[in-house]
Ligand binder design. Structure first.
Ligand SMILES: Nc1nc2c(ncn2[C@@H]2O[C@H](COP(=O)(O)OP(=O)(O)OP(=O)(O)O)[C@@H](O)[C@H]2O)c(=O)[nH]1
Ligand SMILES: [Mg+2]
Length: 344
């Protein structure tokens, strides 16, 4: 399960967004850190489940973390040992929420706020990199040469951060990435910018150039919608001309950011969605289900989920010759239904 950390300046709407993502189930405690898990909405799972009527239906899940506010204190608190970003450090990606609504008469300054937030992340990373550099330099002085590569890597990161460049813009070799991942640096993580707009504001905002992905939503309004009974939400959205619910919008963007896709498995026992990285092979998908399936992998029977629905089930799809046999190196596509044949 992937973890997504929500970061933002004070009063930008972090907790409101968290509550939307929890579909109204998150606690309302305003300033505490909270963690919650949601089912990833997936029409494909719902439709296949309706067809197969399985004993169990399993969606993928995603975890969100509502952090404490960021705001000009990270460098100081890092020096004191407290870590303001501690709760999101282990997350796979970050959602940076930016106030794009008028708060107590103060007009929004979205671009300025986003810069300030990014600067916080960079400053926090710089403190970590400098700390580690000191240790490595000491070890080099007492003759432990094996850390030379790490020293060079950290020096390079330090120069980037001092030039106010996020580490996500750097090019690193796979082994360098492995080293850096251990430090859980914030500006290295994929980031989604969420512009939190006024109820009345119209239209989306363009993504900040070349920096990150961005979406716009109306957190305040959306929270009112999710407080309605589920059956009424769609009607309300349609009346307001809101195309996407906030949860789906944010999750879809996070999946894209993390390069994730879903494949499906179906049967009388369970209809289930699984998450893998785009580009992964059939044998890796099999391993996601169970390591035995990867070890004994023979082949995968593959059909696109919509074709399976159209056929009305596996038996009929087989009759029509719609099931493809694929080998271990087949690159799995989003929405593929897989059945793995394997040697026990
Ligand atoms: N007009 C408007 N107000 C909003 C919106 N989102 C949040 N607010 C209000 O802004 C204030 C802050 O929202 P929160 O969600 O608590 O923000 P936060 O980032 O969690 O705040 P801290 O945790 O205190 O930093 C609240 O009074 C919200 O009702 C929005 O989309 N539009
Ligand atoms: Mg909050």
């Amino acid at each position: 399960m992937k973890r997504v950390g929500i970061l933002g300046l004070p009063q930008s709407g972090k907790t409101t967004l968290f509550q939307i993502l929890m579909q109204g189930a998150g606690s309302a405690s305003p300033s505490r850190e909270q963690v919650g898990v949601v089912r990833v909405p997936d029409e494909r799972v719902d439709r296949l489940s309706a067809l197969y009527q399985p004993k169990k239906t399993t969606h993928t899940q995603i975890q969100f973390v509502d952090s404490a506010a960021a705001g000009g204190v990270s460098a100081r608190s890092a020096a004191k040992g407290a870590d303001l970003f501690g709760s999101v450090r282990s997350c796979d990606c970050l959602v940076l929420i930016v106030r794009d609504f008028t708060l107590a008469g103060e007009a929004p300054h979205a671009a300025r706020d986003l810069d300030a937030l990014e600067a916080e992340l960079i400053l926090n990373d710089l403190a970590i990199v400098e700390n580690r550099l000191e240790k490595v330099a000491k070890e080099l002085r007492i003759g432990r040469k094996q850390n030379e590569a790490e020293h060079r890597l950290l020096e390079r990161c330090k120069r980037m951060l001092e030039a106010e460049q996020p580490l996500s813009g750097g090019t690193f070799l796979p082994e360098e990435m492995r080293t850096l991942r251990g430090f859980q640096l914030l500006s290295l993580k994929p980031r989604l910018v969420v512009y939190n707009q006024d109820d009345a504001s119209s239209g989306a905002r363009a993504a900040p150039s070349g920096r990150a992905m961005a979406v716009a939503l109306k957190a305040h309004l959306e929270r009112e919608i999710v407080s309605l009974p589920p059956a009424e939400r769609e009607t309300f959205r349609r009346e307001l001309g809101i195309e996407d619910d906030g949860l789906s919008l944010v999750i879809r963007a996070c999946y894209e950011l993390l390069g994730l896709i879903s494949f499906l498995t179906v049967g009388p026992d369970e209809v289930r969605a699984w998450e893998i990285r785009r580009g992964e092979k059939a044998v890796e998908a099999a391993g996601e289900i169970h390591s035995d399936l990867a070890k004994g992998f023979i082949r995968a029977e593959v059909i696109e989920w919509e074709r399976l629905i159209e056929a009305g089930g596996h038996a009929k799809a087989r009759e029509k010759g719609w099931l493809r046999l694929e080998g271990r190196d087949y690159e799995v596509c989003d929405g593929d239904c897989l059945e793995i044949r394997f040697n026990k």
